[in-house]
Write a protein that binds this ligand. Sequence first.
Ligand code: GDP
Length: 410
Amino acid sequence: MKVVVIGAQWGDEGKGKIVDYLAEDAEYVVRYAGGPNAGHTIVVDGKQFALHQVPSGILYPNKSVFLGAGMVIDPEALFNELQMLKDNGINWEGRVFISDRAHIILPRYRKMDKERDSQRKRPIGTTGRGIGIAYSEKSQRDGIRLADLDWKQKMDEFEGEDLEFINKYKDQLIKMRVDLTQKMYEYRKSNILFEGAQGAMLDIDSGTYPYVSSGASCSAGAATGCGIGPHDLDKILGVFKAYETRVGNGPMPTEFNDSDEAESELCRKVRDTGREYGVTTGRARRCGYLDLVALRYACRVNSIDSLVLTHLDIYDPMEQIEACIAYDINGKIVTDFPANVEDMENAKPVLQKFTGWKKSLKEIRKYSKLPKEAREYVEFIEDYCKTPVGIISVGYERDETFIRKNPWKK
Ligand code: GDP
């Protein structure tokens, strides 16, 4: 079985926790897109791990993990992360492999990234780690892949800081380098978990362009980013929060309005209980009501078979919950997700009210044990998106999760 886990919103949905949870039944875990800007937080037995490039499956002692061709790799950050794992007793050696087609982020790209964003009329709010530049060098056909490290003619083109950097990490990278397409064929009968980065709404093609990431954070990215055909992906899971968050600039129709007292109070509660601060950047995330228009769009364009609902516990104390079921764009009610940025910016959420459950969900491990009000919220989402919610997460610990439909079963 091949199971793909993507974020179904703007990232930070809790993919890391879900991948870690599902990895128990996977033989291999492959991260297929993004770079060191993606931050996954996983909490196991009270110990917190922040992973940026290494796939979340690494926390299991015997699993091998792969960094796919759709990724752009910062070797310096990668080896720091591996050192952090080692310092925490995670023995990664011989278990982390990188596709020979993955691209490398060079020191020059980081400078270019910051410069370019500051010169933009409408800055994207990039993390300045050179990721966007690495992807654009890749599309310009000027990038450098792991496979190129022993291509003499290409290596002769580098100089200065970049050359020093390449020379510093070259041998270690070559040791971890594999032909991932060949591995995917070799492991075709195994359980493989594909881990997406960022979220569906940040995908370069189907996201809120130009406020998107530079890679393929859609489900199809698992195929292109690992060297297998889309036909070979068995299940697509879309992880989403019970509310919405977004980091960086760009339209977010359901964002809590700071100038409204009630919404700004709600925002504070959600941000604090949900710990909505970036893992990589520490930036406070923008928070808002669950956007079902965007979620349904994400389900459609990614062929999501099953949704994974996280952070349901954040709504535990609330009297009432609201979710967006349509946009009011200059007086016109719209239920399809628009491509036009101006429409998105003008969109006002049309909200549906739900009664809160007012009790802690932390100990619940079975759907039928959820309070009726929580089930009503879940079932409304399923009905709206025409997609079942197969897994529910009620806390940040690995075991604060329950499965309604096991994705590893046909
Ligand atoms: P990712 O990039 O999608 O993996 O998401 P992040 O790691 O950036 O953010 C998810 C955060 O939410 C992490 O701190 C997780 O530990 C936490 N988390 C995940 N699921 C839940 C949940 O169901 N409830 C709560 N309270 N926290 C969760």
